[in-house]
Design a protein. Structure first.
Length: 575
């Protein structure tokens, strides 16, 4: 019975979808605001879903299917009241790379595995730990992704005629320069106009006559207007060089049936790396989006539930032919700004996309590729975070190193390498900084009791250190870095005393490396005929020392509660 209750409590702690609490006091007024927000977000998501799908190397309907399936699951089972999920720009580089190397079947398996990893992260209550990934790493690979997305769109934006587009970043730009003469002027004009229109849309809608259009996304306006212009140019001006979605893809507006891919151990092993990258990036982006949303609506998302919801979405999406999905900050903010306050608005957004998919999808074949490239160029600019990047360049050199390294690895190699190396560098820098927080000093002649002595000494202000005794004080955690530093200090300043007192009153914990170093110090000192006396050991550390046999190694009488007893013991030894 107790086990059943504890399991039930565990499940309730890690998986409590916001949908359950959000609908308890649901009313008609809330539904109307959710309905309006859901419709607007669905319209906003349409061009992005198509663009992200094509840029990722899949057909446009797969982008919309991802937004429908994953958007529904994330809203229904996630830990945020207002999170809107779907395909995002961050996944473009990863998805395209996986498809190039493993094919669509490999992407499906990798996404399923990422979904399982996300669920495990939530079940292990690691939702809060993800938030501690260093900010320079997040900015570095986000900016790198933005540059990579921009680079991949140059061909379509300018209508370049190229037989093969290299996958390597540097080779891609070399190929662009070599094919600069193959630009289609009509496509280039439409692409540049798309960028200008989307970028200036917030300014345009500030004018009173057009302010009613403010809630309609500039990307949708650009797609509609540029598509109409392209059709007019083709039918009345004989311009046939403008490539459209229909020229590259066959549009299918029927919902795919759920299919489970064939799995083998060899395939799973080969896709662990890409799947982990999808999972980590999805976790970071979704939790960042949920945190931003919390600050706007004054709520607190459930991070572990959000990860489980994201995992379920990334299991459901590939079963219907979709691609990886996560929480989208731009669409989430659109939802909030238009009144969305419960997961119902996210579900409505998925329904709106479903209706568009079923009844209007064939019209997507007329959209120019240059216009979609323009949409993604604006998305890349928004992702670049160049202001944050430049601000970090004024930080300490260690942060700048992690930032630049992650950025360069992202654009030159891939996101998997960037995240792995970036996290490794961040961990090494963290260990270095932690080791620097521990101070080791040598005390000569006398101890000033005004500097936080171990106990009250009445009117005494100093304690005299006897001849033949050295006192060392460790201030901070005694772990791997500190242990080596302590040995360096002793080698530099230590003589050949009869007693070495090590004050540990400010040592909050000691790790295995610290224990190993301290044990080596004690053994070496004993060989030299030097007695080690420990002073002011806090109870937690003292218990660790006893568990590792230091009371036998040093003797109980040489582990003292405070400096008075340690000095008294030292006087006994030196006689």
């Amino acid at each position: 019975m107790d086990n059943t209750l504890s399991f039930k409590n565990y499940v309730q702690e890690v998986f409590r979808p916001k949908m359950i609490s959000a609908v308890k006091n649901y009313d008609r007024k809330t539904f109307m605001t959710d309905l309006m927000a859901g419709i607007i977000v669905g319209i906003v998501a349409l061009p992005l879903a198509i663009a992200f799908g094509i840029a990722s190397g899949v057909s446009p309907e797969k982008g919309i299917v991802t937004a429908i399936v994953a958007g529904f699951v994330i809203s229904a089972f996630g830990g945020s009241r207002v999170q809107i999920g779907g395909p995002t720009g961050a996944f473009i580089v990863i998805v395209a790379g996986i498809i190039d190397q493993y094919g669509m079947q490999g992407l499906t398996v990798a996404t399923l595995m990422a979904g399982v990893f996300l669920i495990l992260l939530g079940m292990l209550k690691l939702g809060t730990i993800i938030k501690f990934i260093p900010y320079p790493i997040i900015v570095g690979f986000t900016s790198g992704i933005a540059v990579t997305i921009f680079t991949t769109q140059i061909k379509d934006l300018l209508g370049m005629s190229m037989e093969v587009v290299p996958s390597d970043f540097i080779e891609k730009w070399i190929a662009y320069i070599q094919n600069i003469g193959n630009i289609d002027p009509w496509s280039a004009i439409l692409g540049i106009i798309s960028v200008a229109l989307i970028g200036s849309w917030p300014i345009i809608t500030n004018y009173k006559p057009l302010c009613i259009l403010r809630k309609i996304p500039g990307s949708l306006i650009a797609i509609i207007l540029i598509t109409i212009v392209a059709l007019l140019l083709k039918n009345f001006a004989g311009v046939t060089t403008i490539e459209t979605i229909g020229d590259r893809f066959s549009i299918n507006s029927t919902l795919p049936k759920a299919t489970v891919p064939a799995l083998s151990w060899e395939v799973i092993k080969s896709l662990v790396g890409p799947a982990m990258t999808i999972a980590v990036l999805g976790a970071i982006e979704s939790l960042l989006s949920a945190t931003v949303a919390d600050g706007v609506i004054g709520d607190h998302h459930r991070s572990n539930t959000e990860l489980i919801g994201q995992g379920l979405a990334n299991i459901a999406s590939p079963l219907f032919g979709g691609i990886p999905a996560t929480g989208a900050i731009a669409r989430t903010m659109t939802n909030i700004n238009n009144g969305g306050r419960t997961p119902i608005s996210g579900i409505i957004h998925a329904v709106v996309l479903l209706l568009i998919f079923l009844f209007l999808m064939p019209l997507a074949q007329y959209i120019p590729m240059a216009c979609l490239a323009g949409v993604l160029v604006v998305v890349a600019y928004g992702m670049s975070g160049w202001r944050s990047f430049m601000a970090l360049m004024r930080n300490p050199k260690s942060d700048i190193t992690v930032l630049i390294l992650t950025f360069l690895l992202t654009i030159i190699f891939d996101l998997t390498v960037a995240i792995e190396v970036g996290l490794l560098c961040a961990c090494l820098l963290f260990m270095r900084r932690m080791s620097e927080t521990t101070d080791v000093r040598v005390i000569y002649d006398e101890i000033d009791l005004n500097e936080d002595a171990d106990m009250e000494r009445g009117n005494l202000e100093h304690l005299t250190i006897p001849n033949g005794v050295e006192v060392y004080e460790i201030n901070g955690p005694y772990f791997f870095g500190a242990g080596n530093r302590f040995e360096d200090i002793m080698a530099r300043y230590g003589n050949r005393p009869k007693v070495r007192i090590i004050r540990m009153r400010k040592v909050p914990f000691i790790d295995s490396t610290g224990l190993h170093n301290l044990e080596n110090l004690c053994l070496m000192s004993q060989k030299e005929g030097i007695t080690i006396v420990l002073s002011g050991v806090v109870p937690k550390v003292e218990q660790v020392l006893k568990n590792n046999g230091f009371n036998q190694l040093l003797g109980e009488e040489n582990i003292c509660n405070h400096i008075d007893l340690a000095l008294a013991r030292a006087r006994e030894i030196v006689g």
